[in-house]
Each structure stands twice: as structure tokens, then as C-alpha cells.
Design a protein around this ligand. Structure first.
Ligand code: FAD
Length: 480
């Protein structure tokens, strides 16, 4: 058999289920394929930073595959509908008789993959989809009543129980070197029209699975144990920074969890006991799993619908000026502006600040969370539908296991609590850098003269009044 391995959001040779299995069946060489699909990427609002990281990682993947005897083909599909024909043609041209790939669970991806499987069958080519994107396959965890879990804590308990029954979280066997074949690899493009990434952003993100593994090791060894205490402080490098790699698959969630477990091996139950830092980190990776299971079990969340359908009746504010103030980091609320500027400048934002900025948009400005979700996606280097949608619907109180609608963060006190000295705000909002810790999170409390000296806006919204208005609007949806 000569398999074709179709890479999508799994750009690695390590711990890759489809690749590992394909090379075990390859007795006449193997070929790899990546499809450049700009219309599909635009429809998914992928950020230039994410595409840039993906292309640079693909170049490294091509070299790693070459060392295994597998040439990587690059083909273009101008529209999503052309993907199926593109895969079939690549397969026929390279005389492959099976296509191996790892499943993706979003609605459009599932539709695309069904079309590909049908098109392959029509040509008598075997399709071999594998489960890989999360550790526990969507559908494998069910409540006692047989439903998809919609609350995180019981999901996590069931997840850990199943991992125990399966003997832990083990990465897949390494792929085998295959007999070389007469197919030549294609050059990987450096950029794709419509996704040009500014150099200043591109240079921030080192591409490829080798770097992702190094980052994993240094995080586990140097920062993992302190994660619980440091993960909420946006001015410190307290988290793994692996989200861009998990999004494009230059590292697998199994590899991450296995590394945390190995470092926590002294305890009996290393997934949820032992080092508080490491088990908290594992728990965050299980949130990622939870949201992928939600996307798979409730496809409406991929179609711009609220998980809590009643909240679709909310009449959000259509205030363009306020939305622009939010996107450009000029709301007059320092921690919000710092986060939005970090996103614009780097393609990434700290998790605590993602929650603060998302809650500010959806509760204080009362602007539709879908607009914020889209803005994030079009800018994030780690844009990942399941986690982005999950995070936004959590913040807007429209999602599964979401923040209760009456528990609205006050962004000023959040800033004072998680950035007490103002280090994060000073880094991203330099016009406030002369302020001391006592005023930096609320410059509107300064005297008019002191305020006038700063080139910084007054808050675009009254935090107290907007909070009460949001609670009232939600209350109307759920009469007591
Ligand atoms: C409004 C909003 C939007 C978000 N959008 C995305 C997104 O598009 N892509 C994305 O990967 N994450 C998203 N997150 C989750 C989280 O903010 C990022 O995963 C995290 O900041 C990435 O940094 P890290 O890799 O250093 O995380 P770490 O703290 O080191 O965590 C390790 C990994 O666990 C996963 N993870 C951590 N926190 C969460 C979480 N709350 N939900 C789901 N998975 C989590 C991520 O894969 C992360 O890389 C969003 C959160 C919010 C509140």
C-alpha cells in the first residue's frame, strides 16, 4: 500500500495518529499532502499571524517528512468545494491507494471531510480518518443519561476516570521510515495572498514542532510547578505559551499531558494530585478538550448561535464608536486597553485579560459577543474555534457552564488584583507609564488637570450603570 497522509491542523511527525498508522501500512512508500485553501481560511477568519506560523511550520514538517522518506506535496484549492477534487487528484497523481488523516470536529470541516471521503470512494480509494485532535474522542464521554457533558467539573472527572481505565495518556508510536518513492516534494510558499503578516509579529512566534517541544520542556521544568500561582498575572511569563502550537498541531495535547504527568510521577494519581501547578495546567488542557466535545456535540455553536438558545433573544447595542474604541485599545479602561493593544501588537493575549476584555465588551458595552469572537479570531495567532467560542460564550454568559450573568468582572478591580503594580498596563499603554500603582487602573480618578496631561480617553462607559443594565437585560430572559 502507498498511503497519502493529508495534514491539516496536525503539523508534526511526533505523536501523530494518522501518520503513525499510515507508515505502518506503507509497503510501497508514502506521500504527504497539504492543501492551501485561502477561501476556507477567510471563512474561518484565520489571522495572518496564524497562517504565517502555519506556513513556516509546514516548511519544517516538509524537512522532517523528507527524513522519513515521505515527500510533502502542496496543492491549492481556491474554494472549499474544490478541496475534495484536489485531494483525489493528488492521490491519483502520486499513485496512492489510501488517504489517512486526523479528524477535525467543526461543522464545516466535517462537511468537507464527508465530501472528500465520498469523492475518494467514488474512485475506489480507501479513506482512513483517525481520532487525534484531543486526547478523548468526542462522544467517548457521556453523562449517566447518555448525553454530552455540558458542565466542566463532571466532564473533567469522567475524563480522568477514562484516562485511568486506558492506562494513562500515552503518545502514539513514532512513525516508521518508509521506502522512498519517485514523487518529488513541492516547495512550501512563504506567504499566501490575503494573509500577509507584519514582520514584527512574525518574528515573535518561532515555528515548528522542534521549538514547540523545547518550549514544553522548559515550561514543565522551569515554570510548571508555579503555574497555579502565576498563571493569572499578565505581566509575567507564567503560562506555557503553547496555544499557537496546539492550534496548528505542532504539538499534541497527549504529548503535553504526558510531559506534565511524567514530571508529576511521584504521586499515585498524577492527573489530579501532586504538584498543584502541574495538575492545574492539565486541567486547562482538559478545558480545551471540553470545548472540542461541545463543538462536536452541539454544532450550532459553530454557526454563530448561542449555546443557551434563550440568550439569542438579547438585543445587543450596535455602537460602532464603542466597538472601535474597544478594538483599538482606547476605551479609557487601562487593563482592557492594554489587552487589546497586546493582541494587536503580538497576535496573542493573556488568558485573564481575554476574560476581562471579553466581559467588558459583552456586558459593559453590551455589544454582541460574536463581534468580539470574530475580532479575536481575525487577530489571534492561536485562533481555535472551540476555545475561542467557548471563552467568548463563557464571558458573555451565553455558553455552557458559563460565568453567571450577574457575576460581572469590574475591570478596574481586576486590574488592581492581577496587575497590582501596573507593570502590564505600563507596558502596553505607555501614555499611562508616569502613573503610580494607586492611579494606573483608574486614571479617571485623577484631578482634571492631571488627566488632561495624559493623552488618554475618559472611560467610554460608566462601569456601575452598564453592569446593572446588563444584569437587568439578562434577568428579563430568565424570569424568577
Ligand atoms: C474570550 C477568550 C477567547 C479565547 N480564545 C482562544 C483561542 O482562540 N485559542 C486558544 O487556544 N485559546 C483561547 N482561549 C483560551 C486561553 O485564553 C488560551 O488558550 C491561553 O491564554 C493560551 O495561553 P497558553 O498557551 O500560555 O496557556 P496555558 O495556560 O499554558 O494552558 C495550556 C493550554 O491549555 C489550553 N487552555 C488554557 N486555558 C484554556 C481555556 N480557558 N479554554 C480552553 N483551552 C484552554 C490551551 O490550549 C493552552 O495552550 C480563549 C479564552 C477566552 C477567555
Amino acid at each position: 500500500m502507498r498511503p497519502l497522509i493529508w495534514f491539516r491542523s496536525d503539523l508534526r511527525v511526533d505523536d501523530n495518529t494518522a501518520l503513525s498508522n499510515a507508515t505502518r501500512s506503507a509497503d510501497d512508500g508514502a506521500v504527504a499532502l497539504f492543501v492551501i485553501s485561502p477561501a476556507e481560511w477567510k471563512a474561518h477568519d484565520y489571522a495572518p499571524a496564524r497562517i504565517d506560523l502555519m506556513l513556516r511550520s509546514l516548511a519544517e514538517l516538509s524537512r522532517s517528512l523528507d527524513a522519513l522518506g515521505i515527500p510533502l506535496l502542496i496543492r491549492a484549492a481556491p474554494t472549499p468545494e474544490q478541496v475534495a477534487a484536489t485531494v483525489v487528484k493528488a492521490c491519483i497523481d502520486s499513485r496512492c491507494d489510501a488517504v489517512f488523516f486526523n479528524r477535525e470536529y467543526e461543522v464545516n470541516e466535517q462537511r468537507r471531510d464527508r465530501a472528500v471521503i465520498d469523492a475518494l470512494r467514488a474512485k475506489n480509494i480507501h479513506a482512513s480518518p483517525w481520532h487525534d485532535q484531543v486526547v478523548m474522542e468526542p462522544g467517548s464521554l457521556r453523562t449517566g443519561a447518555g448525553n454530552v457533558y455540558t458542565v466542566f467539573t463532571p466532564f473533567k472527572r469522567a475524563w480522568i476516570r477514562l484516562a485511568g481505565e486506558q492506562g494513562g495518556v500515552e503518545p502514539r508510536p513514532s512513525p516508521r521510515k518508509v521506502a522512498s518513492c519517485d514523487v518529488r516534494p513541492d516547495p512550501v510558499p512563504e506567504s499566501v495572498a490575503g494573509f500577509e503578516c507584519p514582520r514584527a509579529v512574525s518574528t515573535l512566534w518561532t515555528a515548528g514542532e522542534k521549538h514547540a517541544r523545547t518550549r514544553l520542556t522548559s515550561f514543565i521544568e522551569e515554570r510548571g510547578r508555579a503555574y497555579k500561582d502565576r498563571r493569572d498575572i499578565p505581566s509575567v511569563d507564567g503560562t506555557s505559551g503553547l496555544s499557537p502550537h496546539l492550534a496548528i498541531g505542532t504539538i499534541s495535547p497527549r504529548r503535553c499531558i504526558a510531559a506534565a504527568v511524567a514530571a508529576n510521577a511521584a504521586t499515585k494519581s498524577p492527573l489530579d494530585a501532586g504538584s498543584e501547578g502541574l495538575v492545574t495546567w492539565i486541567s486547562e488542557l482538559i478545558w480545551r478538550e471540553f470545548y472540542v466535545h461541545i463543538v462536536s456535540g452541539f454544532p450550532r455553536v459553530c454557526m454563530h448561535k448561542a449555546f443557551q438558545q434563550g440568550t439569542d433573544a438579547i438585543r445587543w447595542n450596535d455602537d460602532e464608536a464603542k466597538f472601535r474604541a474597544w478594538t483599538s485599545g482606547r476605551t479609557g479602561i487601562p487593563i482592557v486597553d492594554a489587552g487589546m493593544r497586546q493582541l494587536a501588537a503580538t497576535g496573542w493575549m493573556h488568558n485573564r485579560v481575554r476574560m476581562i476584555t471579553a466581559m467588558f465588551l459583552s456586558k459593559n458595552l453590551f455589544i454582541d459577543w460574536r463581534r468580539g469572537e470574530r475580532h479575536f479570531m481575525t487577530n489571534l495567532v492561536d485562533g481555535f474555534l472551540a476555545s475561542n467560542n467557548g471563552g467568548w460564550q463563557w464571558s458573555a454568559s451565553t455558553g455552557t457552564d458559563a460565568a453567571p450573568y450577574f457575576r460581572i468582572f469590574n475591570p478596574v478591580s481586576q486590574g488592581e488584583r492581577f496587575d497590582p503594580d501596573g507593570v502590564y498596563v505600563r507596558r502596553w499603554v505607555p501614555e499611562l507609564s508616569s502613573l503610580g500603582a494607586e492611579a494606573i487602573h483608574d486614571p479617571s480618578s485623577l484631578s482634571p488637570l492631571a488627566l488632561a496631561r495624559l493623552d488618554y480617553p475618559m472611560p467610554v462607559v460608566d462601569l456601575g450603570r452598564s453592569r446593572l443594565a446588563a444584569i437587568e437585560a439578562f434577568k428579563k430572559l430568565r424570569p424568577a
